[in-house]
Write a protein that binds this ligand. Structure first.
Ligand SMILES: Cc1cc2nc3c(=O)[nH]c(=O)nc-3n(C[C@H](O)[C@H](O)[C@H](O)COP(=O)(O)OP(=O)(O)OC[C@H]3O[C@@H](n4cnc5c(N)ncnc54)[C@H](O)[C@@H]3O)c2cc1C
Length: 294
């Protein structure tokens, strides 16, 4: 996210998104509960022309607000004029004679380019599991990345969900309370933490905009790309009481602090990792009651 407008030019952007919007992941993934896992302003472009006038309404914005933000970026940087929407690139060949790429699209157009950057994403292609008899399922099934633009009314319905990756964890929180009956199928329990959502009022953004330049500069130096780093000590350098207090403070702060602002050996030592896990285990707000194995 540390791009500047100048680093993008002169590039033609191809995207499969139909309307003239540049927000691929957030365009498709508009399922209930979809939001960013990173606090703003970390999840924001560092160009002052953009952040000076943009104000978020939440510390972890939802997908509609993220789409509005990417629309704002496309407007401000005037990106649509260099973008080709709803166009599938199906062949790219390097030509030695003129040292250029020949790009072909499915609708038969060709483009010649000196540089070709295939930023096709790791999640742009959906995976729909090959479940037996899916086609004869009498109810409605929805893949979260095909969530209908017109919100389906799921209130009072019997809902079953498969999977508890980050998408599943987000959706459960929205769908379980409105369903008449909610069943979750999960292969592997996930380790989730309370994020610590904060509602912002007006121009208030949690962090003063005066601090943005140093925050953006600082994130290049940290392990996780944030303006915070690991503690300069190991897990067992302190006694149990102090360690529990630290874990609690990290937990209460929310965000990625429990993971990336903790003792610096947490990710690299089994013992340190287990100690943090034990704190998580004793603090988690819910239990899994029924485990069925097939
Ligand atoms: C549900 C979900 C939630 C996420 N949440 C977060 C989060 O909270 N925080 C975070 O930091 N990251 C998150 N990510 C990851 C983040 O969205 C991706 O890392 C990021 O979008 C990758 O950007 P990208 O430009 O590489 O690819 P993408 O954003 O996927 O863009 C790829 C583009 O290439 C286009 N494309 C692909 N193939 C072709 C082709 N043959 N011809 C033409 N165009 C093509 C696609 O249409 C798309 O427009 C999430 C991802 C998903 C799926």
């Amino acid at each position: 996210m540390a791009f500047g407008k100048d680093s993008l030019y002169p590039i033609a952007l191809f995207t499969l998104v139909k309307p003239a919007e540049l927000c691929a992941t957030r365009y498709w993934n508009r399922y209930p509960g979809a939001r960013v896992d990173t606090t703003v302003p970390h999840y924001e472009f560092s160009d002052p022309d953009l952040w000076a006038d943009w104000h978020w309404t939440q510390r972890f914005p939802g997908s509609a607000e993220l789409r509005a933000y990417f629309k704002y970026v496309a407007d401000k940087w005037d990106l649509r004029k260099d973008s080709i929407f709803n166009t599938y690139v199906n062949s790219v060949v390097w030509h030695n004679d003129d040292s250029r790429w020949m790009i072909r699209t499915r609708d038969g157009r060709t483009f010649s380019a000196r540089y070709f950057l295939p930023n096709t994403g790791f999640a742009a292609k959906r995976h729909i599991p090959d479940y037996k008899n899916l086609e004869s399922f009498a109810g409605t099934w929805i893949h979260p990345s095909y969530w209908p633009k017109e919100e389906p009314d799921l209130k009072g319905k019997r809902i079953a969900m498969i999977g508890t990756g980050s998408t599943g964890v987000q959706m459960i929180q929205e769908l379980a309370p409105i369903a008449s009956e909610f069943t979750l199928f999960q292969r592997t329990p996930n380790l989730a933490l309370p994020m610590g959502q904060v509602e912002y009022q007006g121009k208030e953004q949690g962090t003063s905009k005066d601090n943005y330049p140093s925050l953006y500069a600082g994130r290049k130096e940290s392990f996780g790309g944030f303006d915070f780093s690991f503690l300069p000590m190991k897990t067992f350098d302190v006694d149990t009481e102090e360690r529990q207090k630290t874990y609690q403070a990290l937990w209460d702060h929310g965000d990625f602090h429990f993971w990336l602002a903790t003792y610096y050996d947490m990710l690299f030592s089994d013992e340190a990792n287990t100690e943090a896990y034990n704190f998580w285990y004793s603090s988690r707000p819910c239990m899994i009651f029924t485990v069925l194995t097939f």
